[in-house]
Design a protein around this ligand. Structure first.
Ligand code: ZN
Length: 135
């Protein structure tokens, strides 16, 4: 059965601070630069969720779009939007880098049963992160 890929884009705004307890103050400052600022900073994130599946002949859809929107809202937007990522339990032992956020979104949506192909996170004009699971 041929598969189709559908990508849907969502946005959220969050604060974070890049800081690893596994590194010294000097290493944190060198590695993360201004992103290690003690008071944190914010981003307007865009996340592109790509799902895949066969087209259902009854609906013409490859995925239940309302179910996808509800899962992203519940698991990602309602938790991350206008929030401090470092204060969330999800990031208690995880530096909230773009890499970590993309993977966490993948894990959350997988747990909701979403047929994912990839999660792509845009953090700034120039920085994108993509997670495709374990392949
Ligand atoms: Zn940042």
């Amino acid at each position: 059965m041929p598969s189709v890929f559908l990508t849907r884009r969502y946005t959220f705004s969050s604060a974070h601070r890049l800081h690893s307890d596994a590194l010294s103050a000097e290493e944190n400052a060198r590695l993360y630069g201004k992103c290690n600022n003690a008071h944190g900073h914010g981003h307007n994130y865009a996340v592109e969720v790509t799902v895949t599946g066969a087209v259902d002949p009854r609906t013409g859809f490859c995925c239940d779009l309302p179910a996808l929107d509800a899962a992203v809202k519940r698991s990602v937007l309602d938790r991350f939007d206008h929030n401090d990522l470092n204060a969330l339990p999800e990031f208690a032992r995880l530096v909230p880098t773009g890499e970590s956020i993309a993977r966490l979104i993948w894990d959350k949506l997988k747990a909701e049963g979403i047929p994912l192909d990839s999660v792509r996170l845009q953090e700034t004009r120039d920085n994108f992160f993509e997670y495709r699971g374990e392949r």
